[in-house]
Write a protein that binds this ligand. Structure first.
Ligand code: SAM
Length: 271
């Protein structure tokens, strides 16, 4: 897979020249062991799902939606939505032949075509942090859940991204620039406040740190840093950026590469 995709462009997957990159990227991410923990914690935050109707927004390739569909069982239903038709085509392809109760629909989280109080629960994993209007997105998530229903969200806080590198200043610059490439780079630390501002109850928050293998780190950061370098936002020449990667490649060869970032699983109930 190429390392050229720009992680900040998850709202424009369909028009990206490399839309397949976003599918491959999510597959690499979702295979990390911490993502298993993330999915389990999100499921726990939604409570008992047996027989429930669940909305999954920004469903991507649909793998999570099928997992949730297994939890709701035959008496329940999952409606899985995404802004991207490329993602939904992949989700439908992967779900072909499945008898799980999941329906895929195109929908922009900032204007959902569902009546108020439709769902028993709603889930947004790695989606609000990309939304053009995060406040509206969360409003919509809350609106379509019935009173007493539950909301489960996971978002990163991109300023928690660290990598062990001998050049402190260049690394600070690179990680700041990487973080700034995300529309809602601080979403993780803001989720609790946003949930409380909407009068949600029983709000729980649990940090989750993901240790990044080198391949994932490179896939995550290389495209954004290269784009930022070209547009003058990084403050490093292309040679300096190339040099910056070298100790990381060496660390990978020597088995000492270390990078991580932290996100937050937030659960809440609609009063
Ligand atoms: C980082 S991916 C996460 C996909 C999936 N939730 C997962 O964890 O595998 C973000 C997804 O949100 C979708 N997305 C971005 N903005 C959206 C919006 N405003 N409404 C609905 N989906 C959106 C993207 O198309 C993409 O599929």
């Amino acid at each position: 897979m190429s390392a050229t995709g720009n992680i900040g462009n998850f709202t424009t997957v369909d028009t990206a020249p490399d839309s397949g990159w976003f599918i491959g990227f999510m597959d690499i991410a979702n295979a990390l062991p911490e993502y298993r923990v993330m999915k389990d914690e999100l499921a726990a935050a939604m409570g008992d799902l047996d027989g429930k109707t669940v909305l999954e927004v920004g469903c991507g390739t649909g793998d999570d939606a099928r997992e949730v569909a297994a939890l709701v069982g035959e008496g329940g239903k999952v409606v899985a939505t995404d802004l991207s038709t490329t993602m939904l085509e992949e989700a439908r392809r992967r779900s072909a032949g499945s008898t799980l109760p999941v329906e895929f629909r195109v929908a922009d989280l900032s204007g959902l075509d569902f009546p108020d109080d439709t769902f028993d629960a709603a889930r947004a994993k790695l989606v609000l942090m990309h939304c053009e209007d995060i406040e509206k997105g969360l409003d919509e998530l809350v609106r379509v859940v019935r009173p007493g229903g539950r909301i489960a969200v996971f978002d990163y806080d991109f300023d928690t991204t660290i990598v062990d590198h001998p050049d402190t200043e260049a690394t600070r610059r690179a990680m700041r620039c990487f973080s700034d490439g995300h529309r809602n780079k601080w979403s993780g630390r803001q989720l609790l406040r946003r949930m409380r501002a909407r009068g949600l109850q029983d709000v729980t928050i649990s940090p989750l740190t993901v240790v990044m293998p080198f391949g994932f780190f490179r896939t995550l950061a290389a495209g954004r840093l290269a784009n930022a370098q070209e547009s003058g936002q990084l403050g490093l020449t292309s040679e300096e950026l190339e040099q910056w990667w070298l100790p990381l490649l060496r660390a990978e060869e020597e088995g000492t590469f270390f990078a991580s970032f932290t996100g937050f699983v937030v659960g809440a109930a609609k009063p």
